[in-house]
Each structure stands twice: as C-alpha cells, then as structure tokens.
Design a protein around this ligand. Structure first.
Ligand code: SF4
Length: 498
C-alpha cells in the first residue's frame, strides 16, 4: 500500500476526504503495530493516517523550518520548488511518517549542501515506548516527598524525584507506566505526556502532597495558587547576596528556607561585616555558622516550609547577648513573606510597621527572583527500528552519533544525547514547533527525529544512498507547511562537529 502526503490539514483535506469515492478500497495502515483497517474517507485510531482515495496518507503536513517566513510558501500548483535555497530550509520529521515495521528506509532522506559540505538528513517520526518527561517546576513550595507517586486522572503516571536550585523535579511516563501497568494507566500516561509535549496544561496530583497545574513555559499553579517567583537562592545564599544592603538597617535578619535557613549575624557574611551577635537561636540542625537545616517541615508556607507564623522557628533568645530595641527582619527567599520585629524590654519580639529601607530591601529580593516557569523535557531512546530507517547496519549510526559525526535534532530543535550506549536523548519541547508530537494506541508517543551527517559518512555507514533526494524534490512532493523556529532557537546546523 502506498503512503502519500495528504498536504496541509484544513478545508482542502476535508474536501479531499469528502470526495473519496464509495468504491475506494479499505486500506490497512502498517505504520504502527495496531494495523488499523481504514475505511474510505476515514482515519485510523491515531488520526495520523487516513484512507484518501484508496491510498494510505499521512494526514498532517510535513513541516519544514525556514530561516524566515517568506523563504518557503506552501507549494502550490504554480510553484516548481526550485527557488528554495537548501541552506534556508530544514526538513523536519514532523508529519513525515514512520519507518515501522522497521525494514523501510526513512520517509525522507534529504541531501543538501550546507556551507560547502555535502550533507544528508535522515528524517522520520519515531514511535517511542521508551519515553517520558522530566519536569522542572520553579517553586519552593513542597509538592510531595521524594518518590511520591504523581497522578493524572487518578492514575499513577510518574513520581517526584528531587529538588533542584529553586525548583521541584518530577519524572513522568517511562516505559513502566506506558506499558508495564494497567491499560488505564498506560492511556492516562500517554495522554498526559502528549498534552504536555504539545504545550497544553495538565493537572497533576502528588500522593501526600500538592496538586499542581503544569504547562511548558507557563507558571505552575500549586494548590490553586499561581506561582510567580523563583527563589533568589537558599537562605544562606540570600544572606550572602544582600547582607551589605541590610547593614545598618537591621540588627538581625533570618531568611526562612526549607533547605537552609540563614541567620545573618552568625553567618560568615555577617561576621565579615563586623555585625554584633544578636543571640537569636532558630530551631533545626545547625550545619555551619548561620546555616540551619530542617527548621520546619516542608510545605507551602514561608520559603517552602509549613511555617505560617515565622516566630515559631525561634527557639530562644539569649538574654546575655540580645538587647531591648534589637531590630529583626524575618523574610523568605522570594521576599513574598516578610515581617519586622523589635525586641521589647523583656526581649520579646513585637511586630511593627516595616521601615521604608527594609521594605526596599525586601522588594530587592523579589526583584532578583526570576519568573517561575514549568520546563518540559522529552526524553526517549531511539532504538533499532528508527536506525534501520537510516542504515542497514544500525550500530554504525549509533557510533556516528556518539562520536559527534551525526547530529540529532527533534523537529529541528537541538537535543542532548546522553553518553554511554544507545541514542538516548532529551529535548526541550518549547524549542520545537507547535504540535510536534503524536501518539499511537499501543500506547506510545510519536516524536520527530532527524539525523544529519556528511554524505560520505552516510555512505560509509551503509546508508540508503539510493533514497537520497534534494530539498526541492521533497518540497515539491510533500507540499509542506513552513515554520519559523521559536525565538532564541538556532537554525539546525548540519555541519558535523570535529
Ligand atoms: S494507530 Fe495510527 S499509525 Fe497505528 S496503524 Fe492505526 S492509523 Fe496507522
């Protein structure tokens, strides 16, 4: 059965389907193991392939990247495709189709001269059962304990891993959730991964923890509250950054943080500034002078702790050291929480209105916080089927990737390839064109992947040289949609490294 490109989705596609004649034959799609039998004018279970006039067709248009919007227009009947300079167009695998069931060459193997180097790009959509997401959620608020299950639609689809500097990290998906559990779990996992990869928002809940709405490039919403700021640093770092700005305005500053709570006059920074010890001891485990672990439990209060009332972390005030009138600032690592106290005659902290200089110092903390965002990294392993689409001897492609001779991109976006065996890569979904991902009901995700390498290297690794085509030829046949990469993402560089 021949696979064709159906051209750009939209009214033309609808008309095309409507025009399918009743006597057109049922086609069997062999682009994944589901093997849908597709009736005339219908699409298969994933909506990616359809029966158009008795031919199996990829329903989404092939996507090409351009350096400028005007570099490529939709290929119309009056366009010969020859005016496009290869260096201005990169054929991505979005909408290209797959190599399944493995022995076929990739749908597009494109030859082009890039900056004087004769290059080949092997273009295909990969079906990834081994895939998942690494989610970085910029918040100090406690989302859940390490290893706590993360759910979508009630199904466990991942778990909490650890905290990074100002962020909570989740791992979602992976083969054990996609295929190793119940069908419901696999479907919920696949649906959530697909939505997040394509830029949609999803609600997640953490067992024993918070609920969080996540979306690539958007602020997380924790327990219904939008997060705005990523902390400036831990409590100790905050003291290191701002100590000199507090000098003369406060006698003690306690920066409340779930990781390290800082106490200015005990801290090395306070000592360097010659500050007088204040005698205020906080709870928790003293790590080094002025740095305390575990002053409270994790939570969604001050500095990612469960503290609502900051004085609860003050263990004692030493009457031999502290003095009446001592001025104490308590503040969180984002500056969202702050309170100003003055010790009375009995050395009890009394809350007072914050002086302007201190309010400015607190605002400065907030000013130095970056906007809180969710970052979604897709991670997958490119296995034998994909590589067979590039070469008859797949290990040679793996070695070319590992040696840096073959560059891997996903929808034209740069990827990070993990060291060690195989081709295990990660890509920031926000650097990819919109809606780059699909899925199949096995369940698995479909993601674009391209391998670019010098033509001579491609020949040497047993590439399908007879299938190499020019960019113009591909554009003329596939009638692609042209997309400009998101701001800040470099055009794919296809010269080899080294
Ligand atoms: S699920 Fe999609 S790719 Fe798989 S056989 Fe059906 S139409 Fe083809």
């Amino acid at each position: 059965m021949t696979t064709t490109h159906a051209g750009p989705a939209g009214p033309d596609e609808a008309a095309l389907l409507a025009a399918t004649t009743a006597d057109a034959e049922i086609v069997t799609c062999d682009a994944c193991p589901v093997l849908c039998r597709i009736r005339p004018g219908k699409t298969g279970a994933c909506d990616r392939y359809g029966n158009v006039g008795g031919r199996l067709a990829r329903m989404d248009p092939l996507t090409v990247l351009t350096r400028a919007p005007e570099a490529v227009r939709f290929a119309g009947d009056d366009w010969d495709g020859n005016t496009i300079a290869a260096k201005d167009v990169f054929v991505t695998a979005i909408g290209a189709g797959t190599t399944y069931p493995d022995y076929k060459p990739a749908p597009f193997i494109v030859g082009a001269e890039i900056d004087g180097v004769d290059m080949v790009t092997v273009v295909s959509e990969g079906i990834f059962s081994y895939c998942g997401l690494k989610l970085k959620i910029d918040t100090d608020r406690h989302l859940g304990a390490e290893c706590a299950p993360v759910r979508a639609n009630g199904e466990v689809i991942g778990h909490v891993t650890t905290a990074e500097y100002g962020s909570q990290m989740l791992s979602l998906g992976g083969v054990h959730h996609l295929t190793g559990g119940s069908k419901k779990e696999g479907v919920a996992t696949c649906e959530t991964l697909l939505a997040l990869c394509n830029g949609a928002a999803r609600d997640l809940t953490v067992d024993g923890g918070a609920s969080v709405r996540v979306q690539a490039g958007a602020a997380p919403i924790v327990d219904g509250v939008p997060e705005s700021r990523m902390r400036v640093g831990c409590g100790s770092a905050t003291i290191g950054i701002f100590a000199s700005q507090w000098l003369g305005h406060a006698d003690e500053v306690i920066v409340v943080d779930d990781h390290i709570t800082g106490v200015l006059t005990e801290h090395q920074a306070g000592k360097f500034l010659g500050m007088r010890p204040a005698g205020i001891r906080v709870r928790g485990r003293r790590s080094t002078p002025g740095r305390y672990f575990q002053v409270a439990n994790p939570g969604v209060g001050w500095g990612g702790t469960d503290i609502v009332e900051p004085l609860t972390i003050v263990e004692r005030i030493d009457p031999k050291i502290a003095w009446p009138g001592l001025r104490l600032l308590m503040v969180s690592t984002t500056g969202e929480h702050a309170a100003w106290f003055v010790l009375d005659g009995a050395l009890r902290p009394q809350q007072e209105a914050m002086p302007a200089a201190i309010a400015d110092a607190v605002a400065r903390i907030g000013e130095n916080c970056e906007p809180a965002l969710c970052s979604v990294l897709f991670m997958a392993g490119a296995g034998g089927s994909l590589r067979a689409g590039a070469t008859e001897n797949p290990v040679l492609l793996t070695r070319a990737v590992q040696r840096g001779r073959a560059r891997v991109t996903s929808g034209g976006a740069p990827v990070h390839v993990w060291p060690g065996g195989g081709i295990t890569f990660m890509v920031d979904v926000s650097t990819m064109p919109a809606n780059s991902f699909g899925s199949v009901p096995t369940p698995a995700l479909v993601a674009p992947i391209e391998f670019s390498l010098p033509r001579s290297d491609y020949a040497a690794l047993g590439g399908h040289m007879g299938r190499v085509r020019s960019v113009a030829d591909v554009l003329a046949e596939a009638r692609p949609r042209a997309v400009v990469l998101p701001d800040g993402v470099a055009f794919p560089i296809t010269e080899p490294r080294g």
